[in-house]
Design a protein around this ligand. Sequence first.
Ligand SMILES: Nc1ncnc2c1ncn2[C@@H]1O[C@H](COP(=O)(O)OP(=O)(O)O)[C@@H](O)[C@H]1O
Ligand SMILES: [Mg+2]
Length: 254
Amino acid sequence: MPQDIISVVNQKGGVGKSTTAHALGIGLANKGFKVLFIDLDGQGNLSYMLNADMQKSSVLDLLMRKAKINDVLQHCQRADLIASTPMLAGADSIITATGKEYRLKEVLEDVISKYDYIIIDTPPSLGILVINALTLAYSAIITAQADIFSLQGISQINETINTVKQYCNNALKIGGILLTRYNERTLISRDIAETLRKIASQLKTKLYKTTIRENITIKEAQSTRQDIYTYAPNSNGARDYQEFVKEYISIPRG
Ligand SMILES: Nc1ncnc2c1ncn2[C@@H]1O[C@H](COP(=O)(O)OP(=O)(O)O)[C@@H](O)[C@H]1O
Ligand SMILES: [Mg+2]
């Protein structure tokens, strides 16, 4: 079995989910682990960063049982990927049959044991795709930005996680909350980080020690479709994510 299956979640967009999924997965691959990425967001940001072949069958074909696992698995430079498609935007009206929460888990049953880590990027919603991601996962990482709307959204995602835990996946754990795009120079950021720490403990989870600073190099790396460690190994972006990978694997799951 894999060491971990991680869903990166937050129903808010622009809070660093795709960036974190990518940097965490590549960071783990760089440490020698075998990694599978799954891109469940129709925007396809993670697939883009990994230079996916978008002509190939997607995760939606797999979920609808129109394609077999070997038709959708892509072997990227450092890791494997099951890519997204813009059609995922309609998933909530397509995937409706009884047992719909378990689709992803079912279709991946035969391959998950081949990987050390499976990293799932999710769309900014609380729909069926996020539920499928959480039903398969062992851990959820909530990414959040230091703003008031992020704080408000966290109890909502926490409720979804608890519902999935109760009905579909009692092994699911919130790994923690990762503060991203952090600007340490502003007072409001520091205040919000403090509030976030309190919220995390109320939700019986934690704020990761590592925070990811706002760093333009991260955007530059993405626009050249390189990972942050290759593009700018000494940047704050690379350092912060490297630190996060180290922190993540140092924490025993459970
Ligand atoms: N630490 C960071 N510093 C600067 N820009 C970032 C950082 N993390 C993410 N971004 C940028 O913010 C935007 C949203 O990030 P993304 O990972 O796509 O969020 P989400 O997947 O939650 O929508 C992207 O343009 C990305 O390049
Ligand atoms: Mg995204």
